[in-house]
Design a protein around this ligand. Structure first.
Ligand code: SF4
Length: 405
C-alpha cells in the first residue's frame, strides 16, 4: 500500500516497529495480538490499529498544502478526521473549519472567496456543498482528500441505482460520510438512510405493508430522496453502508431485509426485489475489528481503546471490547491521570467521566491496547509509556523487551 509522508509529531518509531510484524503467517492473515511484557506488566496490542490509508492521505495533503501556500487562507469543509489532536494541530497551523461535524455552518459562506483554498475532508462532501463551492469559483481538485474507499460506496450506490434498486444506506444520518453518500446516491436514484436494526425492522413493516406508506414521512424525516414514494420505491432494494460501522450489524440488517423480501415475493423472484451485495466497510474497519475480536480472546484486566469520541470506527472497537472486559475509551495519554484514575468516554451516557483506581502500581497485570483509524502512532506510544510509568516501568525497561519482528 502507498506510503504517505506523515508529520513527525504523529509518528512513532516504536509503534512502527510493533506494526512491522508480517501480516500473514503461512499465507493466512494473522490477527493475533503483539505481546509486550516487562516484569509483571504485559501489554497485548491489537494486530491492526491506527492511521488508515484515507487518514494518512488526508494528513499528507493537508500539511503539503500548508507548506506550499503560506500566503493563502486555508479552510477544511469540516474536521478533516475525527481526531481532536490532529484537528487542533491543523487549527494551530492556521487551518479553519467551515462547518461542524454535523453540518452546522461555523463560518458563513459569504466570508469565503475564490482566493481561498477549501479542502474536502476524508469523509467526502455533499453535492450541494460542491455546488456552493463551484458557484463561488473555488476549485477543489487539488485539495480533495475524499478517501477512495468512500468513493467506492458512491460507485456501489450508482450501480444499485442503474438497476432501479432503491439504495438503503445503513449509517449514522448526522455523520459527514453518510450525508455525503446520501447526497451522491440521491442524485442517481432513490435513497434512504437507516440508522440501525430497529429502523430496518420498521422499514420491513413498510415493505410488507404492515404499516401504511402514508406514515413513512413521519418515521424517516429528512432521510429519503426528494421524489421517494414509499409505495413504489420499496419493491426493489440494495444495501450499502457507512465504511466505519460494525460489520455484524450491517450484515444482520441486509439479511433481515432480504428475509422480508423473500417473505413478500418468494425465494424464486428474490433477484427482482433484492440486490445481494457485500457490505461496503473499508479494509481498515474490517482489519481493526478482526484484530480487536482476536485481542479480546486474550485474558486481561482491562482494555484501553484510543481515539476521538466522535470517531465511528473507534466507537465500534470499544463496543466490541466492552462485550468481554472493562474497556476505557480514551482520547490520549492525558486521559490517564497521575493517581491511576482514567478519564474516558462512556458510550452509555455519551459523556466523559472518571473511573478511579484503574491503575494500581502494586498490582500490574495485563492490558489490551488498540486505537481507531484516526489515532496517531505517537498517541499510542505516549499512552503505553504513561501507563508503564504509573507501574514504575521506564521506557528503557520496555525497550529491552520490545517484541522481535
Ligand atoms: S476509515 Fe476507511 S473509509 Fe474512512 S478514511 Fe480510513 S480507509 Fe477511508
Amino acid at each position: 500500500m502507498k506510503k504517505f509522508n506523515i508529520p513527525q509529531q504523529f509518528d512513532s518509531e516504536l509503534i512502527r516497529r510493533l506494526k512491522g510484524r508480517p501480516k500473514k503467517v503461512d499465507g493466512i492473515r494473522d490477527f493475533s495480538p503483539t505481546i509486550w511484557s516487562t516484569g509483571d506488566l504485559t501489554f497485548k496490542i491489537a494486530r491492526h490499529f491506527g492511521f488508515c490509508f484515507g487518514v494518512e492521505q488526508a494528513i499528507e495533503k493537508a500539511y503539503d498544502t500548508l507548506r506550499k501556500h503560506p500566503d493563502k487562507r486555508i479552510f477544511f469543509l469540516s474536521e478533516m478526521i475525527h481526531n481532536p489532536l490532529v484537528n487542533k494541530d491543523l487549527e494551530e497551523n492556521g487551518i479553519r473549519f467551515i462547518q461542524s461535524t454535523t453540518g452546522e455552518q461555523l463560518i458563513p459562506w459569504d466570508r469565503i472567496t475564490s482566493d481561498d483554498i477549501v479542502m474536502i475532508p476524508a469523509f467526502g462532501t455533499t453535492l450541494e456543498t460542491e455546488r456552493v463551492l463551484q458557484s463561488k469559483g473555488i476549485i477543489t481538485t487539488n485539495y480533495d482528500t475524499t478517501c477512495p474507499f468512500v468513493e467506492l460506496v458512491w460507485k456501489r450506490s450508482r450501480q444499485l441505482a442503474s438497476k432501479q434498486a432503491t439504495i438503503i444506506i445503513h449509517g449514522k444520518p448526522e455523520h459527514e460520510e453518510t450525508r455525503a453518500t446520501f447526497s451522491h446516491a440521491a442524485e442517481k436514484g432513490k435513497a434512504l438512510v437507516i440508522r440501525n436494526m430497529e429502523e430496518a425492522v420498521l422499514l420491513g413493516e413498510f415493505i410488507s405493508g404492515v404499516v401504511s406508506p402514508e406514515e413513512f414521512t413521519t418515521h424517516f424525516p429528512g432521510r429519503y430522496s426528494d421524489t421517494f414514494n414509499a409505495e413504489k420505491d420499496l419493491t426493489r432494494i440494495g444495501v450499502v453502508n457507512q465504511t466505519t460501522l460494525l460489520a455484524e450489524e450491517t450484515q444482520e440488517i441486509a439479511d433481515y431485509l432480504k428475509s422480508v423480501m423473500i417473505e413478500k415475493y418468494g425465494n424464486e423472484s428474490l433477484s427482482e426485489h433484492f440486490e445481494d451485495t457485500r457490505d461496503t466497510l473499508c479494509y481498515a474497519t474490517n482489519d481493526n475489528q478482526q484484530a480487536v475480536k482476536s485481542l479480546i480472546r486474550e485474558e486481561a484486566d482491562f482494555a484501553l481503546i484510543i481515539g476521538g469520541h466522535k470517531s465511528s470506527n473507534t466507537t465500534h472497537l470499544v463496543e466490541l471490547s466492552l462485550e468481554k472486559l472493562p474497556t476505557y475509551f480514551i482520547r490520549d495519554e492525558h486521559s490517564i491521570l497521575p493517581d491511576g484514575s482514567i478519564e474516558h468516554f462512556d458510550l452509555s451516557v455519551q459523556k466523559y467521566r472518571i473511573t478511579p483506581e484503574v491503575i494500581n502500581k502494586n498490582n500490574p497485570g495485563t492490558i489490551l491496547i488498540s486505537s481507531g483509524a484516526s489515532c496517531p502512532n505517537s498517541t499510542v506510544e505516549h499512552v503505553i509509556l504513561k501507563v508503564a510509568a504509573l507501574y514504575e516501568y521506564a521506557k528503557e525497561d520496555l525497550l529491552q523487551n520490545l517484541p522481535l519482528e
